[in-house]
Design a protein around this ligand. Sequence first.
Ligand SMILES: [Zn+2]
Ligand SMILES: [Zn+2]
Length: 81
Amino acid sequence: MTRVLWREGWIKPLLTETLPSENCSVCKKEFNDLDFVTSCEFCDIGIIHDSCAKEHVISDHLKELEEKIEKHKEKRLHYFQ
Ligand SMILES: [Zn+2]
Ligand SMILES: [Zn+2]
């Protein structure tokens, strides 16, 4: 069954029939209609629930996340100097 998924910043909703899997790669649950989904910016995990993404990033990419935050801080400092 095709379900419609939403991803922030997307113009078009995503249809599950266009995905390689109808299950979230983090929680392994099937997507429901109008679930908010996203993908990981640090790896190719695929489409995952918006709510699962935070958990995934914190457990798998804490180091990358911290580096990214540091970079942002530097940028801000330069901007205001
Ligand atoms: Zn999930
Ligand atoms: Zn990831």
